[in-house]
Design a protein around this ligand. Structure first.
Ligand SMILES: Cc1cc2nc3c(=O)[nH]c(=O)nc-3n(C[C@H](O)[C@H](O)[C@H](O)COP(=O)(O)OP(=O)(O)OC[C@H]3O[C@@H](n4cnc5c(N)ncnc54)[C@H](O)[C@@H]3O)c2cc1C
Length: 450
């Protein structure tokens, strides 16, 4: 009897360094390659925001279309199902008599809950989960998740010496699909055909080929040798690696980046800067296991520390922050950059998140949800973990971080060139238009200038 396998792709949109393909090649006679586009992704969530902006949707669509092309070259194709994964996959399993599902291990609470629901609804199907996202495999960790290190420093000391597997090659052929190729956008609502109007500004293209090319270019040049000096810049393509958008969608493997970094250190230079790139990849690693360990507490107002922040929700402040219309030009510039490109530097993210929590006294979860909507490199573990950290309810042993915006401007944008590039229009000197009794605050600079 033939074995029909189904590979449920998620944030692992690549051929290289992906054990799922190898498992499928060894075990399955026929294979369905499936991506489920959950309609909830494009609908408002509990924060009144979409899970995905037009920019993010454009980027994801590029990944799906280009993966489909790559698969066609090796005798397969990608089936994109516009349905909740549990419903979509259950339907395909029964239609094609699937006996094994290949899947990458997920760290997010809701993603894991979906997998569990699927396992419960398909008790006869075997699930083959593997670690494609992280540097380490689950069984390599030198501690159980119940004893997960409380700080990044402790985590780093415990894992820094561990070996990391060499990246696996991409498959050159795959078992055939039991179904004929379909035009995957055919059945989808018309708005899914829309792309962002800001495409021309995008330096990021969503494909594994583009990610691999970017990785090769980065280490062919000298940028890695100066990373530590340049990484805090607010702008500039070469000042940090820009690996994150491809990493987040899984079209670049962290193990491949590390392997190329080690090759660079062997053949070119090994210095503090190259060490620091590995150090940042460990931060990413930390937040992946952190999310797995803390489950739904990653999204809790009180965080993992169970300490209630002294913040609340003010609709007007939140909206002004989102659209870059606060009394802080540097914050506005960063937010304008995010809204236009889907990217913001790490320094910028720290500054706008600190402003959100400290100056605007807003509930950090709304800021995290806005980042989720906008960031091309949105990653559930890294985003919510960093926001918790900044809000003082996460992994930071020092408690809440408060960045002095004036000092940050003097240090990182002394000539105001970044502000001039991104901060358009006249901005208010006060964040609220009414006082605590709902009385209009007068005179109001943005009313006068209107
Ligand atoms: C509030 C906030 C939210 C964030 N949300 C995300 C997110 O959703 N997705 C995301 O990928 N990064 C997030 N980051 C981390 C960081 O800002 C980005 O990874 C980085 O700016 C991406 O640019 P780069 O690839 O050039 O980074 P580089 O500086 O070149 O770093 C190399 C890689 O290391 C990892 N890395 C760097 N900084 C961090 C960090 N602070 N935490 C964890 N990993 C890190 C990333 O994978 C990055 O690609 C967030 C940071 C903050 C402060």
């Amino acid at each position: 009897m033939k074995t029909v396998g189904l590979y449920w792709l998620t944030t692992d949109l690549r051929l290289h360094d992906n054990r799922n393909w190898i498992n499928a090649c060894c075990q399955a006679d026929e294979l369905l390659c499936v991506y489920c586009l959950d309609p909830a992704l494009l609908e408002p969530n509990r924060y009144g925001l979409n899970l995905m902006s037009a920019n993010r949707w454009r980027f994801l669509k590029e990944f799906l279309q280009s993966l489909d092309k790559q698969l066609q070259r090796i005798g397969q194709h990608l089936l994109v199902v516009y349905q909740h994964p549990v419903d979509g996959i259950t339907r395909l399993v029964s239609e094609y008599d699937v006996s094994v599902i290949y899947h990458s291990r997920q760290v997010g609470f809701y993603e894991r809950r979906q997998l569990l629901a699927l396992k419960n609804s398909l008790p006869k199907v075997r699930f083959d989960d593997c670690d494609t996202k992280t540097l380490f495999k689950t069984e390599q960790l030198p501690f159980p998740l119940t004893k997960f290190p409380a700080s990044f420093t402790e985590f780093r000391h415990r894992v820094e010496h561990l070996g990391v597997d060499e990246p696996l090659p991409a498959p050159t052929s795959l078992p055939p699909s039991p179904m004929a190729k379909q035009n995957w956008l055919f059945d989808f609502p018309a708005y899914l055909e829309l792309t962002s109007e800001l495409d021309h500004q995008q330096p990021f293209f969503g494909s594994e080929v583009a990610g691999l090319q970017h990785l090769a270019n980065y280490f062919t040049a000298e940028h890695a040798s100066f990373y530590k000096e340049t990484r805090n810049a607010l702008d500039g393509w070469h000042n940090s690696t820009k690996f994150s958008p491809w990493l987040a969608n899984g079209s670049l493997s962290a193990r491949l980046i590390l392997s190329d970094l080690k090759a660079y250190e062997r053949t070119r230079v090994a210095n503090e800067s190259t060490y620091w790139i590995g150090f940042e990849l460990l931060w990413r690693e930390y937040f992946q296991w952190y999310a797995l360990c803390h489950g739904r507490r990653l999204f809790a107002f009180k965080g993992i520390k169970n300490s209630k922040p002294l913040t609340s929700f003010y609709a007007e402040r939140f909206q002004r922050w989102c659209r870059g219309d606060t009394p802080y030009p540097l914050v506005n510039a960063c937010m304008n950059q995010l809204n236009a490109t889907g990217y913001m530097s790490n320094r910028g993210r720290q500054i706008v998140a600190s402003c959100f929590v400290n100056e605007l006294e807003l509930d950090w979860r709304f800021g995290a949800a806005y980042f989720e909507q906008q960031l091309l490199d949105y990653d559930v573990a890294t985003n919510w973990g960093n926001w918790q950290y900044l809000a003082g309810v996460g992994a930071d042993p020092r408690g809440k971080r408060h960045f002095d915006i004036e000092n940050q401007t003097r240090q990182y944008d002394p000539e105001h060139s970044f502000i001039q590039q991104w901060a358009a229009g006249i901005h208010p000197t006060c964040i609220d238009s009414v006082d605590a009794a709902d009385w209009p605050i007068q005179p109001s600079p943005w009313i006068l200038s209107a």
